[in-house]
Design a protein around this ligand. Sequence first.
Ligand SMILES: C[S@@+](CC[C@H](N)C(=O)[O-])C[C@H]1O[C@@H](n2cnc3c(N)ncnc32)[C@H](O)[C@@H]1O
Length: 486
Amino acid sequence: MSTMNLAAFKELIKQRCGLSFEGISEAPLVSGLQKRIALTGAKSASAYYAALLADEHEFNELAGLLTINETYFYREPEQLQLLVDCLVPRLLSRKQHDSPLRILCAGCSSGEEPYSIAIALREKYGESATRLFTLVGGDIDKGALAKARIGRYAEFSFRSLAPELRARYFKRYDQWNWSLNDEVRAQVRFHHLNLLDAHYAHELQNFDIIFFRNVSIYFDRPTRRIIQQHLATLLNDDGYLIIGAAETLANDLGVLSLVKESGLFYFAKQTPEPAKAALKPPALGMTSGKPAPAVGPLAAQPPAPPYQHRPPALSTDDALRLTLEKQYDEALAILALLLKQQPDTSAALLLKAHIQLHRKDYAAAEENAQLALTIEPWSTDAFVLLGLAAKWRNQSDAALKWFKQAVYARNECWPAHYYLGELYRSDNKMDNARRAYRVVLQLLSAQQAPTDGLSIIPLGLPVSEVRFLCLHQLAKLGDNPSMVSN
Ligand SMILES: C[S@@+](CC[C@H](N)C(=O)[O-])C[C@H]1O[C@@H](n2cnc3c(N)ncnc32)[C@H](O)[C@@H]1O
């Protein structure tokens, strides 16, 4: 498929369902397109493109091949605790009628998330949960929804669920699978949902609580804003939106109010509880060069002021925050200022190279990464940037060299090991690939919150997705993933 028509497909997919292939491998897109072209018997890529434009069903079939459905029971259990201990009791106490509280999981994949919520509510409210709550799961992937409706799961989905809960709510189906109890299964309804559709079906309206976790990471900032605006219209007044803990910062878009409670963040449709203090924008810590976790109560915030109204005391942290928000022009403006004042600041050079890399300005990115190396000769960040620049230019030998340097400088740099695995695999060096994927899994399972060994550049590789991809690749390479995962 030529670069030109691949670009047209990418554009259409981004526009229709938000998925962006910017800066990530195109291989899944190419193989998805090849598969659907073969299955539909389209005569050419352009004929298939025309079919996608005309036929929503075909578009959904393709989207189902491109989504990442990684999920499991009791993912981020602290948020489930917050739900049953604080949010639900509060909403129940405010209710003025008998109708059930409505909870939506937007991007529910194969159902583990809404069923976890149903289980957590049943644990607290017993049989009354059936009467008190209605749960709905929505996803663009019809295959995942079909699996969700069946409610049968293999071992991998239970990796975070307490054994006593599995014993209480599931029974063995066969050697590999467990079936969910019928009452819990009946409590969740599943509907097809494309978060970027202009209108949502009647069943997907009026919710008290929406879970939208581990989905927004696949979208850019403008898309996240459009989606959050949609979700806000689905929420009843005083409703809550819960986003994955690691995604919250990137979703504070001024659409809903950010609230902190019991050490966790969520969004509220209206003013937060008077008891809650005003939330300040989370501080960005300087120690590691990466944002520190937000501390102190946050309050409902007005949208972030435009860049020109910011106070003039600028630092690499400001540039980093803007980079994380993909406001690259503003970040570059700050970096230019900082580098003018102090040209030998490696953090500013590395961040600049990072942005240039994302803008596909490989030569400039390499130049700045090399400059950073003259100041800090063992900079893992610089090695990784140079490795990525080479990888994205298909210079695999050079990429291998840089990623090897990165792991030599900091063995815990699991992204570099992961990229090494990918490069070895595409070079058919399967033993080396296996070894690299196994190192990634070991590094990721050795620590609760794995560090990536990088000091400034926000690579943003999602840990759970990388873990899943390594396990997936190892299984395909005939390795036994259970030997390395915990
Ligand atoms: C990684 S899973 C997250 C599952 C679950 N929320 C969790 O946290 O475990 C992301 C899901 O988002 C879905 N998704 C991606 N784009 C979507 C869209 N435009 N509309 C609806 N669902 C979408 C994918 O199909 C996938 O099942």
